[in-house]
Design a protein around this ligand. Sequence first.
Ligand code: FPP
Length: 238
Amino acid sequence: MEEASRPPHHIAIIMDGNGRWATARGLPRLLGHQAGAQAVRRIVEAACELGVKALTLYAFSWENWDRPPDEIQDLMGLLDEFVRRETHTLLANQVRLRAIGRLDQIPAGVLSNLRRVIAQTAQFERMTLTLALSYGGRQEIVDAARRLARAARAGDLTPEQIDEAVFAQHLYAPDLRDPDLLIRTSGEQRLSNFLLWQASYTELYVTSKLWPDFSKGDLVEAITEYERRDRRFGKVGA
Ligand code: FPP
């Protein structure tokens, strides 16, 4: 069982509210996503400055593939633009980029660019920025089960050898520690299929701020609230 980390080692964020932000201003949803991409830039920088070691952003869910094709195209375009534009910032700040999800669904051009920057930043340790793309927590668990079934069929392990640790080794990023803090913007109080395995003992923090409005100050507020929490991991408090 993991130990509590203070300040949080790993922060995960469900970036919600781009559409509402745009609608409230009478703007098309795309402009909400553009403002959301600006917030991504801002928060990556802030997390780095605050000494956060791992930041995982829910950038495109498995369920998001059911959105209208135009919106999917816009989101993939913004992702591609973000990766291209921010490459030098990631390199300059020694940020390692990773991606989790069913990445084979991502358009080939976007994916190859993403994989290039992932490779270019693989040696960095200041902060790991993980983008959850084409990602679903249930899908990740199913994919892990498939890998385990294949390994068992090949005779590489027996069903009895499968425990929590072995199972976790077959998730998308086994070396990434479980998130300490999960932030969700725009008020909804649900996990929406994000990091279902990893968030078992994660502290949840919901703010009514819409993602495009989320600032460094809001991140500091979430971390301060986290530091006040008493994490017991199912045990009796100290
Ligand atoms: C939720 O807004 C947000 C998303 C669908 C994904 C997040 C995408 C971005 C922040 C833009 C670009 C990403 C990167 C990595 C550059 P919503 O459309 O669900 O908002 P709503 O619930 O108000 O409609």
